[in-house]
Design a binder for this molecule. Structure first.
Ligand code: FEO
Length: 171
């Protein structure tokens, strides 16, 4: 069982995770258009990852006997600038999501909702990984600057990103 307050906050977070999926899908399309298929692939995998973040929270609300309220998803921007700017925007967005998860955790602690704290701990750990993955891409991107050969090499590396593992029952 979850309180109305927690249910409402989790539904807000589902909307943010949906927006994340939408944003990265838009970035994937953009990277395709600017001729970086590896970047586009990485963003497509990130879109899939975000969809799993949605589903995990959605399942949790239902498993707790709560109600899911799906709200309108904001339209993401169409233009994302240089490849470096694409990943700078990605890091800024992930930092925003981290802040949002931390605020949710604060609420779960205040409400002494231990089950939701346990769910959110997974997201806290996930956000550390998400920010770290993006920082690992930003470092070489800053190094290569406008060098086309360097960008192509990074593009080939990003093309290797594997698809996220699907959720298994009980996760
Ligand atoms: Fe679901 Fe990338 O935060």
């Amino acid at each position: 069982m979850i309180s109305e307050k927690i249910q409402s906050a989790l539904n807000e977070q589902i909307n943010k995770e949906f927006y994340s999926a939408y944003l990265y899908l838009a970035m994937s399309a953009y990277c395709n258009v600017i001729g970086l298929p590896g970047f586009a692939h990485w963003m497509r995998m990130q879109y899939e990852e975000e969809s799993l973040h949605v589903t995990r929270m959605y399942d949790y609300i239902l498993n707790q006997g709560g109600e899911v309220h799906l709200k309108a998803i904001e339209e993401p921007p169409k233009e994302h600038g240089t490849p470096l700017e694409v990943f700078e925007q990605t890091l800024a967005h992930e930092q925003f999501v981290t802040q949002s998860i931390n605020e949710l955790m604060d609420l779960a602690v205040q409400e002494r909702d231990y089950a939701t704290q346990s769910l959110l701990q997974w997201y806290v750990t996930e956000q550390v990984e998400e920010e770290s993955n993006v920082n690992d891409i930003l470092a070489p991107l800053r190094m290569v600057g406008d060098d086309k050969g360097g960008l192509m090499m990074i593009d080939q590396q990003l093309a290797q990103r594997a698809a996220p593992a699907p959720l298994t029952p009980g996760q």
